[in-house]
Design a protein around this ligand. Sequence first.
Ligand code: ZN
Length: 497
Amino acid sequence: MAIVTIPTPLRQYAAQQREVNIGGITIDEVLGGLTAQYPELRRHLYNENGSMRNFVNVYLNDEDVRYLKKGNTAVAEGDTISIIPAIAGGSAALPNPPLRSGRENNALLQGVKGQQASDMSLSHDEILRYSRHLLVPEVAMDGQKKLKAASVLLIGAGGLGSPAALYLAAAGVGRIGIVDFDVVDSTNLQRQIIHSSEAIGTSKLASAKARIEGLNPYVKVETYETMLSSENALELFKDYDIIADGTDNFPTRYLVNDACVLLGKPNVYGSIFRFEGQASVFYAKEGPCYRCLYPEPPPPGLVPSCAEGGVLGVLPGTIGLIQATEAIKLILGIGEPLIGRLMLYDALSMRFRELKLRKDPDCPICGEHPTITELIDYQAFCGITTADEGFTEVDISPLELKERLDRGEDLMLLDVREAHEWDIAHLEGATLIPVNDVTERAHELSTADDIVVYCKAGTRSARAVQQLQMLGFRKLHNLRGGINAWAAQVDPTMPSY
Ligand code: ZN
């Protein structure tokens, strides 16, 4: 018997099991047994040709099976097989050379050592402020100057960026850049601790900058109120030593990765989903990159975002601080960086696990014969059409729906969210069928009805509309912006979430 761990996003296809015991003497047999038991899992693990999907990795204990004898690898009694899909809301063992440890790692960041750091000096006030660092031999005056000379660019001032920014600033990292274009809203405050209630409705950048400057006036904060894109990423990244990726979507993950590989910068990676997090340092000069781990993103909608799937508020704190810790270690050149290792954190069981990552010689950007030599269109790469293309004639606005209901039109309201979301708020008279059950339970619906499908924000309902279209339903409408838009535009007494 092997233990197969099922990741959170796929548990809905495996009767919500976290771990399943399955017999079998090879990985193929065990996974075959698993998908026989949970047939819905099959299409998430394998493509039409029966090959394992590129955005799902399988590990036998801590080894990626792609580098073992693949599916034929023998499984021993009690082995753990982990299924690790890419998560966004939120790298490989080194080719062979052992990880350098201790002070030898200084070479990791050429820009921070030598000239620049030695030019730095600390004022009496700074010496007092950083006293507890100066007392640590591995940091000391030399290390504190390196921190002051260093620069870290945070992608996103959200759940991961908040704790990372605060601790990097407190530690005395001399220059912190933040890229974000969002406004603070009240749903952010459950985890984005850099922002305060007073900041609701204001720019996240302004809020973050004010908080950091309040914490440590010796830090220079640079803000970039823009959406990171293929047009601006290289320009933004080039003046920073380290990039910390705290975004929540796959196009930006790949964009950050590729820009870091092209510029030779380390990408301190963190991602989160519900109770689980991942962290690594992708640094192509020394180890694998994100594409070595996941050559392709999952199709849109398969892995829910934190906005859709939720996240435990303290989780980004843990992962964001792992990112900050790794950034500081890289700057100081101490310890063993998380290069070539993927750290998995499960808050529910309070367990950290570590998987070995390898550099893929065929990686399209950091491999031996790279095919990607400049930044590409990441939206298209991730299969995402632009918002304009996404709007179809099946969309219905909240106000239009209200008018039609007021006129007494006979509309069937289909709620495709989860039961716990239904409990927060729902439209009167609606029927609940979670999006993953829609195909299976389509017989409960009638093609004769005019059906208005809604979810929280309009993404899952769009998927449900597509599924129903494939089953022959034609009179379908997707509530644009979901129930949150309804609450905002039609019914102010309804809570948003
Ligand atoms: Zn790579």
